[in-house]
Design a protein around this ligand. Structure first.
Ligand SMILES: NC(=O)c1ccc[n+]([C@@H]2O[C@H](COP(=O)([O-])OP(=O)(O)OC[C@H]3O[C@@H](n4cnc5c(N)ncnc54)[C@H](O)[C@@H]3O)[C@@H](O)[C@H]2O)c1
Length: 366
């Protein structure tokens, strides 16, 4: 399939582009490079021997998007452009809602006009009520931050369109748990410039001696070792889920299908630290500090629907995640090399102009 991948220069995006090429598809990337880098896509080209066409647009810019849809005949869209971290969504909620929702509106309009019938959305497990574990696709929904709410609103918009207003549209919504790890080649990974770091990155910082110790928030959770439990999925597995969802859409029983994408296995903070120490041979000193009131004790996904309907399961466990992440980290201590961002011919959209204006005048920038 000829597939438009929005946010394809980002972390999950670059791995998904690689997965699509390996599965025989023909991806085209649109990314505004607010976070992603062309260096990641150059490495996808190097790993696959295939050219990856890239367009540097804001997906919310309907004029640019329309030009792209006019020039190419896409069979499907994989939508990954979006805000990534809950923290960023709390400090800049308007950016989060605008990015996640407006990009979906422009995509849906172009897809309807140009007759593109398949969409896979990268949503997140943060839509669930954090008190439910394991969460399946029917579990209560109660996101606690703007990012989770933006994902849930986007899902709702898609539900109103697919199977409702537009019976020809087939949608796959992937509720992903925490995506971690790196490509086994050590060439693709998570470049964290300007981003909030998760537990694995904190652990890495301590192992590298950049920080003295890891803060562990609470050892009195009702879990086997008392530390909080989460679901970590390897990025290569998450990318494979996007490819599997795309390929399953035509045969799916529902116009809109929701699939959990996670390991399905609970991993505690201390288990992750232990795995990391075992595969790297480094010591990670830690200090237990009080629990944060907002932290759920146990959060992980039931992934049986994806297994049954997509034939997909995460195949890489926490040891593989740590091994691949460490390799990426050792080979790319400063992330990707600085690479030129392709010229953006013109950026329209009220949101973008206002953001520029507010930034230039030192006004509120949320
Ligand atoms: N990484 C995770 O753990 C995780 C977990 C669950 C869901 N997700 C979701 O998956 C998606 C991708 O996450 P990621 O980790 O790859 O993040 P990322 O920040 O690495 O990638 C997002 C990409 O989208 C691009 N982008 C942002 N706004 C854009 C716009 N308006 N137009 C065009 N491009 C734009 C960025 O430049 C970046 O390359 C996000 O929607 C995120 O919420 C990620």
């Amino acid at each position: 399939m000829h597939v438009l991948v929005t946010g394809g220069a980002g972390y999950v995006g670059a791995h998904t582009v690689l997965g699509l090429i390996e599965a025989g598809h023909d991806p085209v990337v649109v990314d505004d490079f607010s976070r992603g880098t062309t260096a990641a896509l150059s490495r996808v080209e190097e790993l696959t021997g295939r050219h990856v066409p890239v367009h540097a647009y804001d997906v919310a810019d309907i004029d640019m998007l329309e030009r792209l849809f006019d020039a190419e005949r896409f069979d499907a869209v994989v939508h990954l452009a979006g805000v990534r971290t809950p923290h960023a969504s709390v400090t800049r909620p308007l950016d989060c809602y605008e990015t996640n929702l407006t990009t979906t509106f422009t995509l849906l309009r172009c897809m309807a006009w140009y007759g593109v019938p398949r969409l896979v959305l990268s949503s997140s497990a943060t839509v669930y009520d954090a008190g439910t574990a394991p969460a399946d696709e029917g579990s209560p929904l109660a996101p606690v931050d703007p990012l989770g709410r933006a994902h849930l609103m986007t899902e709702q918009v898609l539900r109103d369109v697919a199977g409702g207003a537009d019976p020809s549209l087939r949608v796959g919504v992937l509720r992903c748990s925490t995506v971690v790890g790196a490509h086994p080649s050590g060439r693709l990974g998570d470049d964290l410039a300007g981003s909030t770091r998760g537990l694995l990155h904190e652990v890495t910082e301590v192992a590298l001696g950049r920080r003295g110790h890891l803060d562990v928030f609470g050892d009195d959770h009702p879990t086997p070792d008392g530390t909080a439990v989460r679901d970590y999925v390897h990025v290569t597995d998450a990318a494979a889920a996007h490819v599997a969802a795309l390929e399953a859409l035509d045969a799916a029983a529902r116009p809109l299908s929701t699939w959990n994408v996670g390991s399905g296995r609970p991993t505690s903070v201390l288990q992750l630290v232990g795995s990391f120490e075992a595969v790297t041979g480094r010591t990670v000193p830690y200090r237990v500090v009080p629990r944060r009131p907002s932290d759920a004790s146990t959060s992980y996904l039931d992934v049986s629907r994806a297994a049954a309907e997509l034939g997909w399961r995460a195949t890489r466990g926490i040891a593989q995640i740590c091994t691949d992440h460490w390799r990426w980290q050792r080979r790319n201590p400063d992330g990707y090399p600085v690479a030129a961002t392709p010229e953006t011919p013109w950026r329209g959209g009220v949101g973008h102009r206002l953001r520029l204006l507010q930034g230039a005048q030192g006004g509120p920038f949320w």
